[in-house]
Design a binder for this molecule. Structure first.
Ligand code: DAH
Length: 348
């Protein structure tokens, strides 16, 4: 039984060999040495015929059992080495400082718009939207703007070239009702909303508007407005003033004072300009600063959209976002908003 007694020590030695292999090449070498064609266990098998016949099955079975055990150990070692090879060579230093991902943030104009929208939401206003490419009807005619109003002048408004109707000649007084233009104010959305829904209406409209201004520290051909429209029964200037005051206090702080100055807009009667004053305006050396236009919706506008002006009353306003953002953040040049310089934008 000498051969049978050799199997266990060989197996133990083979297992130790396989387990001590540090890489795939060493493992393959160990495998060859023990299980390969010239390996120890193959040699043992080859000695079987030299044994007495009755011993051969027992010894053969023992050799095969040891080989199976070694094959299993080999597979395990292979897996462990593969895992080891896939790990980074330099161990991870879990105490090293992390790499910070720089998060983006909302543009300062978006932040101001969001704050204003939020304040109006508290009062039950819904956000409405309209096209930036507008027709002359919604931008001017339906808002009761006279045919000879300077806002219609091609020097003030971007008209879009089109085969019919558009008149880019620059003459201010021709009827251009079919012309397309870039909206000069968000007031056009008042009309679009009232055309579509019956009263009452309670909307605000944040949006981009366009005017033919040369860019300088306080002007840009593209800027942003928020329009508001409130239509119901027995709406008063008092409601308008209270609403504006509430929102301005929310957005600019409790020390804000506002005043209404008589003005003219074709789509409101009476019309006002809104001035406000607070620590910011005083810092600029100004007591009052003009911020918005507003008024009671003109009966003609109601008639145009099919609302009965004997039944319905309303107010509307429009103010510029940029001016509020400039005051709030102490920005002295409007063009900075559009440069998209992250060094500037990151500050807000
Ligand atoms: N659309 C005016 C502008 O762009 C602002 C304005 C004034 C809007 C009076 C209104 C309003 O809704 O009633 O200067």
């Amino acid at each position: 039984m000498a051969l049978l007694d050799e199997i266990e020590p060989y197996k133990q030695a083979a297992l130790a060999d396989l387990k001590s292999a540090q890489d795939m090449a060493a493992l393959e070498r160990a495998k060859g040495q023990w299980l390969g064609p010239q390996g120890k266990f193959t040699m043992l098998m080859k000695q079987l015929p030299t044994l007495p016949k009755e011993e051969r099955p027992v010894v053969g079975k023992a050799i095969n059992a040891a080989k199976a055990e070694l094959e299993a150990a080999l597979a395990e070692c292979r897996q462990a080495l593969e895992l080891k090879a896939s790990l980074p060579k330099v161990p991870t230093d879990f105490t090293a400082p992390g790499r910070r991902k720089r998060l983006g943030r909302l543009h300062p104009l978006t932040q101001v718009i969001d704050d204003i929208v939020q304040s109006f939401r508290k009062l039950g206003f819904a956000v409405a939207d309209g096209p930036e490419i507008e027709d002359e009807y919604h931008c001017f005619d339906a808002l009761n703007t006279p045919a000879d109003h300077p806002a219609r002048d091609a020097q003030d408004t971007f008209y879009l070239a089109s085969g019919d109707g558009a008149n880019n000649s620059g003459s201010c007084c021709s009827a251009r009702t079919g012309a397309w233009l870039l909206r000069t104010h968000t007031s056009s959305v008042q009309i679009r909303v009232m055309e579509k829904q019956p009263p009452p209406v309670r909307i605000i409209v944040p949006g981009r508007v366009y005017r033919r201004d040369n860019p300088d520290a306080t002007h840009n051909p593209t800027f942003h407005q928020i329009e508001g429209l409130y239509v119901d029964k027995q709406v008063t200037v008092g409601d308008l003033k209270g609403t504006v005051e509430f929102v301005f206090k929310q957005v600019l702080g409790d020390d804000v004072k506002i005043r209404f100055r008589p003005h003219y807009f074709s789509y409101t009667e009476p019309s006002y300009e809104i001035d406000f004053a607070n620590a910011l305006t005083r810092k600029m050396g100004r007591e009052w600063l003009e911020i918005a236009g507003c008024g009671m919706v003109h009966p003609k506008v109601f008639e145009t959209v099919g609302y009965d002006p004997e039944v319905w009353t309303g107010w509307a306003f429009g103010f510029g976002i940029e001016r509020i953002a400039m005051l709030r953040y102490g920005i002295n040049d409007i063009r900075l908003f559009y440069d998209n310089d992250v060094r500037f934008l990151r500050q807000f």
